[in-house]
Design a protein around this ligand. Structure first.
Ligand SMILES: *Cc1c(COP(=O)(O)O)cnc(C)c1O
Length: 433
């Protein structure tokens, strides 16, 4: 298989989809559905592609935990040298539990609480990516109280419209909640010079997600390096520039962002700046390495419209509903010639917006058959919820012929953990009165 495994994480062999050497139907049989399956070799290959492209410059690849926070995946990436880009203290906990050293962790997010800052400072993370004046002054207060120096970078809002497929994944223009406009960025660094517990360590930009062109990155980087040059003239000595993540992958046959192309525009700029580079890939590493397996429950015709009703929906994979995202849906076992109909593949959730695919030509499956939803490794499980009191699915990792259950399916007991009915003495597991 070799190359084939790397280019296609889920090859079809003898008519059946596999993860590594394992038929997906075996996994569904063993662990039930709906189910997440990740191909670990593919995760590692994507990480290595980044390392290979950026080997010419001192850099930190801080994997974006929110894309897929599986401890097993974090651990494996950490062993390969990855750091973590986190957005909450929960993700800090995850990254550290998985063995990622704090000095490889950067902390983004517009709403960091005092408690989160305290924990991250005590852990000794690499840098806070600060998103507002209020946040920097809070960081100063927390760091002063702890008497611990707070390394920070200001996240610059470059006011570029990033060519991201959906409004909700564009973060680099002036009308989003993210980052600080350039003039205010300069003011923040100037203000920080007089604060003994603040340490200006870097400068940061993140323009959005699922970006398939390199030009927005070079534009954003040029802009923040202009800012860095001004700061340097004024006496700041920054260590790194962080270009964020958002590197796009194919969902519908489009070409993946090529790391060599990205490095081609980024490296010359970074090298002439003399700064260390921080990268924050999420989706690029895990997106294509995951499929979501779901079983057909019913096939229903309403007038001329076909619905394929499956056992997984927006509570497990919300991207189609939330971002109008496209995911290829394919039968796990090729059924042989069947009539192709235009169908909506929908879940069991009581919402009209609960769908995995709409108006999709599909060979009409039979109840009991398995469908694979592709490119579900990023923002799949991490966005899963318990809506409709559904147990979140299991997650499995395949490495060659080996299968690991890395997260068991939730049980109905998990659903009521921590709850109580105060006047009846009935309690969910784990609640204290
Ligand atoms: C979400 C996010 C990323 C990762 O985005 P991907 O599209 O998954 O690569 C990186 N940096 C920041 C600040 C983010 O919010």
């Amino acid at each position: 298989m070799g190359e084939g495994v790397l280019t296609t994480p889920f090859p079809r062999l003898d008519g059946e989809l596999h993860a590594g050497g394992v038929p997906l139907s075996d996994l569904a049989e063993r662990f039930g559905t709906p189910l997440y399956v990740y191909n670990l070799e593919h995760v590692e290959a994507r990480y290595r592609a980044i390392e290979q492209a950026f080997r010419g410059v001192d850099h930190l690849t801080a994997y974006s935990v929110k894309a897929n926070g599986s401890l097993a995946i974090l651990n494996r990436l950490g062993r390969l040298g990855a750091g973590a880009d986190i957005v909450s203290v929960g993700e800090l906990h995850r990254a550290r539990r998985a063995g990622i050293p704090p000095e490889r962790i950067v902390f983004a997010g517009v709403g960091k609480t005092e408690a989160e800052m305290r924990e991250a400072l005590e852990a000794g993370i690499y840098a806070f990516n600060v998103e507002s004046r209020g946040e920097l002054s809070r960081l100063d207060a927390v760091a002063s109280a702890l008497r611990v120096a707070a390394p920070f970078a200001v996240r610059v809002n470059p006011d570029l419209i990033s060519p991201s497929p959906h409004e909700y994944t564009r973060t680099g223009h002036a009308q989003t909640k993210f980052g600080v406009p350039v003039p205010e960025t300069l003011e923040l660094y100037r203000w920080a010079r007089g604060r003994p517990w603040l340490r200006a360590l870097g400068i940061d930009v993140h323009i959005g997600s699922q970006i398939l062109e390199v030009t927005p990155y070079s534009e954003a980087l040029s802009l923040v390096l202009d800012v860095e040059r001004i700061l340097r003239q004024e006496g700041d000595e920054l260590e790194f520039v962080d270009i964020g993540g958002g590197y796009g992958i194919p969902y519908d046959g489009e070409p993946r962002l090529v790391m060599e192309d990205l490095a081609g525009v980024i490296l010359p700029l970074v090298q002439s700046s003399g700064l260390r580079l921080v990268l924050e890939p999420g989706r690029f590493i895990v997106g294509e390495a995951g499929v979501f397996l779901t079983r057909v429950e019913y096939v229903k015709q309403v007038g001329s419209k076909w619905f394929v009703i499956v056992d997984g929906g927006m509570s497990e994979l919300i991207r189609p509903s939330h971002y109008e995202a496209f995911h290829v849906v394919d039968p796990v076992v090729s059924p042989g010639p069947r009539p192709v109909e235009l169908v909506d593949v929908v879940g069991p959730i009581c919402e009209t917006g609960d769908f995995l695919a709409r108006r999709r030509p599909l060979e009409l499956p039979e109840p009991g058959e398995l469908l694979a939803v592709y490119t579900a490794g990023a923002y799949g499980f991490t966005m899963a919820s318990n809506y409709n009191a559904r147990c979140r699915p299991a997650e499995t990792l395949v490495e060659g012929d080996r299968v690991h259950l890395v997260r068991r399916r939730e049980t109905v007991e998990d659903l009521v953990r921590g709850e109580s009915i105060p006047w009846s003495g009935i309690r969910g597991q784990g609640a204290t009165s």
